[in-house]
Structure formats: structure tokens, C-alpha cells
Design a protein around this ligand. Structure first.
Ligand SMILES: [Fe+2]
Ligand SMILES: [Fe+2]
Length: 191
């Protein structure tokens, strides 16, 4: 545990990771402080990871894309991106009790994620709800309605592929960012 904590603190020293942690803290506090978000780390997802780790991987990937696009002059709604990414798969928690099979889960979990996000973030706006509802595109037909929505679909696919290729022998290297943010949460470094 001491070694893990040192590793996470080292990651926090990296400027880009600090920026991600700061944005999650600024925009996603209601989500990451919730009991349900903690539960997300207890359910496997994509074979090798948990729903919580996947969620943080997608959030980090999406925010990194935002930072890169900002350099081109494009301005994106980082609050919508952060909350959308943090909530996009929360509807998958308890999937085996809620959904009859994987096909139904694939189709319906975004709807349940929207329902949950309204509870966790009462002031959530329509754009963020649409980001969550359409995140599976093109797999379930609901097309994103904003640039931020498309960005989340890309970050989700990118992270999912990386997670499926993950090798258990190198967990920290393969999940550097999720590990960093998870470690920050555990260590209380994210406000
Ligand atoms: Fe999903
Ligand atoms: Fe996802």
C-alpha cells in the first residue's frame, strides 16, 4: 500500500495528470463523492478492469482530448465532458440483476445512467444528459447531439480497447491515469 501511494503521488506530480484531477474535482465532485461511484470499483468490466477504473480511464482520455483540441482554438464544455464521462456507465452497475442479457444491457444501460446522473447531479443540463444517453453510438443507434458527445464516444471506445488489451502483469503501466486518479481519491488528494 505504501508503494502504491508513492506511485500515485508521483503520478500526481505530472502536470497533465494534475490538470485532470483538478477538473474532476471542479466538475465531478458530486459524482465521485457518491456511494454509487465507490460501488463502481467492485464490479468487473471489460474482463480486466472495473466499472470505476473504466470510468476514470474514459474521463482522463476525454479531458486529454479537450486539452489537445483547445490548442487548436476549439472550446469545449469541460463540465459536460467530465460529468458525462463520469456518469456514462453508472447504469451498468448491477447489470446482472437489472438486465436480462448483454444485448439488452448494451441498449438500455445509457438510459439508466441518465436516470442515475439526475440523482447525483440535480442541476445536470440537457447537453450532458444527451452525452450520456448517446455514448454507445454507433452500437445502439442514438447519435450524439454535440461535439462533446462525439468526443465521449471516441474516448469510450479508445479506453475499452485499451482495457481489453490490458495485461495483468503491467497493471500500473497500463492504467497509469486511472491508477493515479483512483490513488488520489484514496489518498484524499482530490478535494
Ligand atoms: Fe456504456
Ligand atoms: Fe464505457
Amino acid at each position: 500500500m505504501i508503494l502504491m501511494t508513492a506511485y500515485f503521488k508521483k503520478q500526481m506530480d505530472k502536470e497533465s495528470n494534475r490538470r485532470i484531477a483538478a477538473d474532476i474535482s471542479a466538475y465531478g465532485k458530486e459524482v465521485i463523492d457518491s456511494e454509487l461511484f465507490r460501488k463502481a470499483f467492485a464490479q468487473k468490466h471489460h474482463t480486466n478492469t472495473t466499472v470505476g477504473e473504466h470510468t476514470l480511464n474514459v474521463t482522463a482520455a476525454a479531458l486529454r482530448m479537450c486539452y489537445a483540441l483547445e490548442k487548436t482554438g476549439l472550446r469545449l464544455d469541460k463540465r459536460a465532458v467530465t460529468i458525462g464521462a463520469l456518469c456514462h456507465d453508472l447504469g451498468i452497475i448491477g447489470r446482472y440483476e437489472k438486465f436480462e442479457n448483454n444485448r439488452i444491457c448494451c441498449r438500455l444501460h445509457p438510459i439508466d445512467s441518465v436516470r442515475i446522473s439526475r440523482k447525483l447531479v440535480p442541476e445536470i443540463d440537457h447537453k450532458t444528459e444527451e452525452i450520456i444517453r448517446c455514448h454507445m453510438w454507433p452500437l445502439n443507434g442514438w447519435m450524439p447531439t454535440s461535439a462533446e458527445g462525439y468526443l465521449i464516444t471516441v474516448a469510450d471506445k479508445y479506453s475499452s480497447i485499451r482495457e481489453l488489451l490490458y495485461r495483468p502483469a503491467l497493471p500500473l503501466l497500463r492504467h497509469e491515469t486511472a491508477g493515479m486518479i483512483l490513488g488520489a481519491l484514496v489518498c484524499g488528494a482530490v478535494g
